[in-house]
Design a protein around this ligand. Structure first.
Ligand SMILES: Nc1ncnc2c1ncn2[C@@H]1O[C@H](COP(=O)(O)OP(=O)(O)OP(=O)(O)O)[C@@H](O)[C@H]1O
Length: 312
């Protein structure tokens, strides 16, 4: 279980202020345009999910945000400061875990953290203990990390990223390789950290994971951003209404421009992005009154599959 902890969290700054702004970010690797014109905005205190199928460009984007990968175009502003590889003060306030953490199997979790504390300087012994509690591995902190489960190793990785009391935590596929209970623990850990004031950006190709824990998400597909917004708004976008009409094709034309999407399905028309009442009103005005109106709860999964062409 994740334990609620410290009294020493630094973040009492205004929730909602922008901590990360990404504009027109692109990255080309030779002939591959891995990231193309991505815009992102992440606000303080939120858990922001960066969702996309394998190879969509998530890791490359996070690498550019962290100043590890030089963008081909566009800009990144972290905590109000432009990110330039190798010389960005704001990066000191950012903790990151990209991929599996570097773990020495014979060292305990506590020894890992003490080692990093020594290298970073200015990190107290008390902070090491706080972080162990914070990620929920205090009781196993004396054991050799080689004996830890995948979930515990990831927690240790998060603990390492938290040592310097970051304002922003960036996690690339933190649940990769975990079983469902490990993934649940990671979600609980993220929630617990967010309530302590840490802003979190994490990437995932698993919709379910993102949907359950995030305030807002961005969906990337083939290097391009295809959606960004509050989870509840995107959920609503996946919803729709199915109407039975005499001529679904004519009805689709009548709704053209008003609805986000209108798709003919046999005798029915599936309409998204427009309330049932507005659909009916418009169809009646067009002389095409529906004989049946059925609300559809598509949800995020349907939207995600549509946006990414079914790719996970
Ligand atoms: N150093 C590199 N050199 C060449 N191509 C690269 C490099 N890094 C990434 N790519 C390519 O860029 C694209 C995006 O890769 P990226 O790793 O950012 O995707 P991802 O969404 O993180 O995927 P995954 O979930 O599989 O890690 C892929 O086509 C990948 O092959």
């Amino acid at each position: 279980m994740v334990q609620a902890i410290p009294k020493t969290q630094p973040i009492l700054k205004a929730r909602g202020e922008t901590v990360l702004r990404v504009e027109g970010l692109s990255k080309r690797f030779g002939g591959v345009l891995a990231v193309e014109g991505v815009d992102l905005e992440v606000r303080r205190g939120e858990i922001f999910g960066f969702l996309g199928p394998n190879g969509a460009g998530k890791t490359t984007t996070l690498g550019m945000i962290l100043g590890l990968v030089e963008p081909s175009a566009g800009k990144v502003e972290l905590l109000g400061e432009p990110v330039r590889p190798g010389r960005t003060h704001a990066l000191r306030k950012v903790g990151a875990l990209l991929g599996a953490p570097a773990i020495y199997p014979h060292l305990s979790a506590r020894q890992h953290l003490e080692l990093i504390a020594g290298l970073q300087g200015g990190v107290s012994r008390q902070r090491v203990e706080e972080v162990l509690e914070q990620v929920g591995i205090a009781r196993a902190a004396h054991r050799a990390a080689g004996s830890y489960s995948t979930g515990m190793k990831q927690r240790l990785g998060v603990a390492m990223a938290l040592l310097a009391e970051p304002e922003l935590l960036i996690l690339d596929e933190p649940s990769n390789g975990m079983d469902p209970s490990g993934m649940k623990e990671m979600r609980e850990l993220m929630r617990s950290l967010a309530t302590q004031g840490v802003t979190i950006i994490f990437s995932s190709h698993i919709l379910h994971e993102v949907e359950q824990v995030c305030d807002r998400i961005a969906v990337i597909h083939k290097g391009k951003l295809v959606a960004q917004g509050a989870v509840r708004d995107l959920l609503a976008r996946g919803d729709g209404v199915r109407v039975r009409v005499e001529s679904p094709e004519e009805a689709a034309l009548a709704l053209g421009g008003l609805a986000e999407r209108a798709e003919v399905q046999g005798e029915y028309l599936l309409v998204r992005g427009l309330e049932a009442r507005a659909v009916v009103t418009r169809l009646v005005q067009a002389g095409l009154p529906p004989s049946e109106v059925v609300p559809i709860e598509g949800g995020l999964e349907e939207l995600f599959l549509e946006l990414t062409g079914g790719g996970q």
